[in-house]
Design a protein around this ligand. Structure first.
Ligand SMILES: Cc1cc2nc3c(=O)[nH]c(=O)nc-3n(C[C@H](O)[C@H](O)[C@H](O)COP(=O)(O)OP(=O)(O)OC[C@H]3O[C@@H](n4cnc5c(N)ncnc54)[C@H](O)[C@@H]3O)c2cc1C
Length: 233
């Protein structure tokens, strides 16, 4: 793992709560694998994890999607620090929730900003171009929270192996897509989950529910991949 000073090259508000941040460095960035995260070093004792949203083949920058609001000071303080100072130390690469096999079919489940984690995996899989099917289920409260919906619909058009399923929590007028909790949409579409890896990122509560409801569907514990599983009991 390396510690490196990075500068904010871009910061953009992409939804009511989410900031997309592009970080660059004057020196070469450490290598990482799709699905890994970095830690923003606020102080020696205070390191805050954020998934790396870009795939490893994009080597010149690190992209973060940070969900930050007054209700989430943990992330908001990071945004405020980046805005005020324009640079910070980060530690990477962290985490083991990486692609297990480029060539196998996989399901990606993202709750809210958990999308950041799945984005890197998705782009890496499509780049590897091994003919594996990849399905991304992205759940959020409102369509506006799915801030890369147009990008993902365009990717789906361009890649016949990729299926994108946006899932909104509560039915809304004008929304013709799936509704409910994102993992329930996966359970509705796949009768039996054994035989493919399922990659999960979102709130810890969501990861726990996924584990509890997916294991009885035939998936083995080591086929459920996600950093949250290392943090929850
Ligand atoms: C290693 C690591 C990396 C992280 N990386 C990031 C990052 O890059 N960016 C970031 O902002 N935060 C990150 N976090 C923090 C954490 O993952 C986010 O705070 C979390 O994903 C935020 O979710 P949300 O508020 O966007 O989702 P919400 O808006 O609360 O939920 C979105 C969807 O998730 C599902 N869901 C939510 N709760 C439940 C539940 N209890 N049961 C079932 N389904 C549920 C529903 O489908 C819901 O619509 C990271 C944490 C760790 C440990």
């Amino acid at each position: 793992m390396s510690i490196i000073r990075v500068k904010v090259a871009e910061m953009q508000s992409v939804s009511a709560f989410v900031y997309k941040v592009i970080l660059k460095s004057d020196t070469q960035l450490p290598e990482f694998s799709a699905g890994q995260y970095l830690q923003v070093i606020m102080s020696d004792e205070d390191k805050r994890p954020f998934s790396i949203a870009n795939p490893p083949y994009e080597k010149d920058f690190l992209e973060l999607h940070i969900g930050a609001s007054e209700h989430n000071p943990y992330a908001m303080q990071v945004i405020e620090r980046l805005q005020a100072e324009g640079e910070i130390d980060v530690e990477l690469p962290c985490g083991n929730a990486v692609i297990q096999n480029d060539a196998e079919n996989s399901i990606l489940i993202a709750g809210g900003t958990g999308y950041s984690y799945t984005r890197s995996l998705l782009l890496q899989k499509l780049h590897a171009n091994k003919g594996a099917k990849v399905s991304l289920y992205w759940g959020a409260k409102t369509p506006a929270d799915l801030y890369e919906m147009d990008y993902l619909l365009a990717l789906q058009q361009a890649h016949s192996d990729f299926k994108f399923v946006p899932v909104i929590e509560t039915p809304l007028s004008g929304w013709n897509g799936r509704t409910g909790l994102v993992h329930k949409a996966v359970l509705a579409d796949f009768n039996f989950l054994d035989g493919q890896h399922v990659y999960v990122a979102g709130r810890f509560e969501m990861a726990k529910v996924v584990r509890d409801e997916f294991l009885p569907k035939g998936i083995q514990p080591d086929q459920l991949i996600g950093d949250a599983f290392a943090f929850i009991n």
